[in-house]
Write a protein that binds this ligand. Structure first.
Ligand code: GAP
Length: 495
């Protein structure tokens, strides 16, 4: 009989299946797989890279093209090391960790307790909630002895050694560092540069450049998409928590005192945007932070119900004037904004350090969100009573990696030539896929499994009346339409 620990829940097995599907169809591969992979690092395959790009494009468009007062930049990953002293990351970007003395395995304290609370929830939901509330309170107060006692009192054990033989809790910095330049310096720290743990600092240090060259008036935003790196100790759950990942961040610069107004604005706006990406409202919720980061006066997560529970998808942070003030202090440059409009409003002219509201979503987490909602296994009875089935990815058409599959029924009789003409007509406007091998049913199934929303079949009738069969992924309905209308039809559906 399976014991509690080895029981695999439906959600877990769904997640394992999803990971397998991602690999089988070229969405995501373990990094350097031929060398057995690298922990918590993944490569996006041919379909994954395209899907990821489509998600990025949607975000970029929604931020920059649809907001006249938001512009985008692309700052370097390497930054002057003082950036990270100014931002507080050298001193504060750490998590409380605890080591098991027997297995030597290191855990993030909150993850260890949360893992135990998840198990407890099956038996006693109220006790699990109380435990998490107490943990939040102790983390907020940095009360490490009490947190250790909490772990010991609940007999929370190491998953490897199964013992409760714990070290004291200590802070562990999550930034990766590397050496810059070819010549080793006598003083080693002279050469140290960090791989950025967030993209936001690239925006802050460019605040004046963008504001002045773009003649931006407050309120305005700077958006950026790029890689970030964190030496996560507990790196698990596939692409949910990685050591190299991508963020889509936007810093919105505002007048001091207006931060709660904009915080609420972006909180609503970002949740609505996720809904516009096909995420049902009931699968999203807000979680207010009880322990605020060193730079924030208010913060919340937009959480999604992942296959392994409710977890952070995006962070909304009111970062005050912390970052700009710190960079002004450390660089000894004046980083302020001269607000002309204050005069027009009858208030005195003023230079001030803008406040900032940040929106920060993990691209990989959004990718996982979209795929976990899209994946479905379907079974039905055919007219002759036999069973049929398929795996389908119901990725919203506007972000699906391939939009249209063009499938000549046979490899002969002039059908491939007609299909190629259609391919040439459409491929400049959206991603198309051409395939002439295998039975048509098999080809449809393959397109369902990678989320292609439309398939077009060219058959002998096409030669007679210039019509084709278009098949819709979601309801598998088929209709006959003129070949000349295919491109227009697909463009309508994906826009
Ligand atoms: N600039 C603010 C900032 O970085 P954060 O809450 O630490 O805030 C923002 O990160 C988002 O980045 C998270 O909501 C999450 O989606 C994503 N993220 C953070 N760490 C990650 C990791 N190790 N792997 C994948 N995504 C991560």
């Amino acid at each position: 009989m399976a014991n509690e620990a080895t029981k695999v829940t439906d959600q877990q097995s769904f997640f394992i299946t999803l990971i397998g599907h991602c690999k089988e169809y070229g969405f995501i591969f373990p990094s350097s797989e031929i060398y057995d992979g690298l922990s918590a690092v993944y490569d996006y395959g041919q379909l994954g890279a395209q899907l990821k790009k489509n998600i990025k494009d949607e975000w970029w468009k929604s931020m920059t093209q649809l907001h006249e007062n938001i512009v985008g930049i692309d700052a370097a990953i390497f930054m002057h090391p003082t950036v990270w002293k100014a931002s507080g990351h050298v001193d504060n970007f750490s998590d409380p960790m605890i080591d098991n003395k027997d297995s030597k395995k290191r855990y993030r304290v909150d993850h260890l307790i949360e893992g135990y609370a998840d198990e407890l929830k099956q038996k006693d939901e109220a006790a699990a909630d109380a435990l998490l509330a107490l943990m939040d309170e102790l983390l907020k107060n940095d009360d490490y002895p009490a947190l250790k006692k909490l772990i010991e009192d609940h007999k929370i054990s190491c998953s490897i050694s199964k013992t409760c033989n714990w070290t004291d809790i200590r802070q562990f910095n999550l930034m990766f560092s590397t050496a810059f330049g070819a010549v080793a310096s006598e003083k080693e720290e002279d050469n140290i540069v960090y791989l950025r743990p967030e993209t936001a600092q690239g925006i802050f240090v460019n605040f004046l450049n963008v504001q002045k060259t773009g003649r931006m008036k407050i309120p305005f935003g700077i958006a950026q998409i790029g890689k970030a790196f964190r030496n996560e100790i507990v790196a698990r759950q596939f692409i949910f928590r990685m050591r190299e990942f991508e963020q889509m961040e936007m810093q919105f610069f505002i007048r001091p005192g207006s931060q709660m107004e904009w915080y609420n604005y972006w909180k609503e706006t970002r949740k609505k945007w996720h809904e516009s990406m096909g995420i049902p409202s009931e699968k999203l919720r807000y979680h207010n932070h009880s322990k605020l980061a060193h730079y924030a006066d208010a913060a919340l997560d937009i959480e999604f119900e992942f296959p392994f529970g409710w977890k952070e998808l995006e962070g909304i942070h009111s970062r005050t004037d912390f970052d700009l003030s710190q960079h002004a202090k450390f660089s000894k440059k004046k980083i302020q904004y001269f607000d002309n409009d204050l005069n027009e409003e009858g208030k005195p002219y003023g230079n001030y350090t803008p406040y900032v509201v940040e929106t920060s979503v993990g691209l990989d987490r959004l990718f996982l969100t979209i795929l976990s909602l899209a994946y479905a296994e379907e079974k039905w009875n055919k007219e002759d009573g036999s069973e049929d089935s398929r795996i389908v990815l119901r990725i919203p058409a506007k972000i699906a990696p391939t939009k249209l599959a063009i499938l000549p029924l046979l490899k002969k009789d002039g059908l491939p030539e007609i299909a190629r003409e259609l391919m040439d007509e459409c491929k400049g406007s959206f991603m198309c896929f051409y395939e002439e091998k295998d039975a048509i049913g098999k080809r449809y199934r393959r397109m369902d499994a990678i989320g292609t929303p439309f398939c077009v079949t060219i058959d002998h009738q096409t030669k007679e009346d210039k019509t084709v069969t278009i098949r819709y992924r979601d309801d598998m309905k088929q209709e006959r339409i003129p070949i000349s209308e295919v491109k227009k039809r697909v463009l309508e559906k994906i826009s």
